[in-house]
Write a protein that binds this ligand. Structure first.
Ligand code: AMP
Ligand code: ZN
Ligand code: FE
Ligand code: FE
Length: 285
């Protein structure tokens, strides 16, 4: 069976591999199709696309955008985007600037409480363009204020903890509009992270389909396989197409292995076919 992956991260956000290394890994594993979906960034797409062309893998340019939502987290995948699209780039620069200012503000709050952390050292040594709380957590560990990254989140940086600050996010309608203006289509990532009941989830699928979401990422390694089957059914009942992804970030997250999704299932190329058909019908208008 041909294997693919529709949800991956590179060092253009918080993945460990460069876009070219990611494509090389996909090639070595025999993947037929790869989508790169970095958080709030299109910076890796040109390199990945070229690398994929060089080794003959089908490449789908993507992005994963964080959307304003409570109680859980809402991530929106955009597929088939032109990374040079101005409305998209404009929103992404705004988010990058807001992220930078938030890091400074969290750091300032930490300084006021006597924590001495060296933000410049992350800027200097991090290969990640996507700096955020995980990096601050590492600084807290390095300075001896926390035992582990998780400990730093639990005590200081997690939602509701003393140094947490809200991050600027796009609104759903705005993000969908910018993805579509860039020639792409919007898919709701890992719906269980919204942290709502099944009946609420059904209502959300209905309402967000009206807003322009076309597909649901039903299969994601953070959910149990049976729960993903339920999501697939909920999506199909509403005429939403279904995708599957690994959310590969590198070796540090072994549960998200490239080309595999919920329950360790290899990702079938039928999900690629659904996505490509949805893109084609969007472009036909
Ligand atoms: P940021 O975008 O700067 O708010 O950081 C978000 C990232 O922090 C997420 O992708 C997770 O990797 C990590 N994270 C968020 N909340 C927690 C938590 N409670 N415990 C551990 N890691 C977390
Ligand atoms: Zn990530
Ligand atoms: Fe996500
Ligand atoms: Fe992701």
């Amino acid at each position: 069976m041909a294997i693919i992956d529709l949800h991956t991260h590179s060092s253009a956000s918080d993945g460990e591999l460069s876009p070219r290394e990611l494509v090389a890994k996909a090639d070595a594993m025999g993947l037929q199709t790869l989508a790169l979906t970095d958080h709030d960034s299109v910076a890796g797409l040109a390199e990945a696309s070229q690398a994929a062309q060089d080794c003959g893998i089908e490449f789908i340019p993507g992005i994963e955008i964080e959307i304003e939502f409570n109680p859980g987290e809402c991530h929106l995948l955009g597929y088939g985007i032109d990374h040079e699209s101005e409305p998209l780039q404009e929103a992404l620069s705004m988010l990058a600037q807001a992220r930078h200012e938030r890091n400074r503000a969290m750091l300032e709050k930490l300084r006021e409480e006597g924590f001495r952390l060296d933000y410049e050292s992350i800027l200097a040594t991090s290969s990640f363009a996507y700096i955020g709380r995980p990096h601050l957590a590492d600084l807290l560990v390095r300075a001896g204020h926390a035992r582990t990254r998780q400990d730093a989140f639990d005590r200081y940086l997690g939602k509701g903890r003393p140094f947490y600050l809200k991050k600027a996010c796009l609104e759903l309608d705005d993000a969908i509009a910018r993805i579509e203006a860039a020639g792409g289509i919007a898919v709701l990532a890992h719906p269980y992270s919204l942290f709502v009941s099944k009946s609420m989830l059904a209502a959300i699928f209905d309402a967000w389909k009206e807003k322009g979401i076309r597909g649901i990422e039903a299969y994601h390694p953070t959910a149990k396989y049976g729960q993903c089957v339920i999501l697939e059914r909920m999506a199909r009942e509403r005429g939403l197409f279904v995708t599957a992804g690994s959310d590969f970030h590198g070796a540090r997250r072994p549960e998200c292995g490239l080309g595999k999704t919920a329950g360790g299932m290899p990702i079938s190329h039928r999900f690629r076919d659904e996505l490509v058909h949805a893109l084609e019908s969007f472009r036909r208008g």
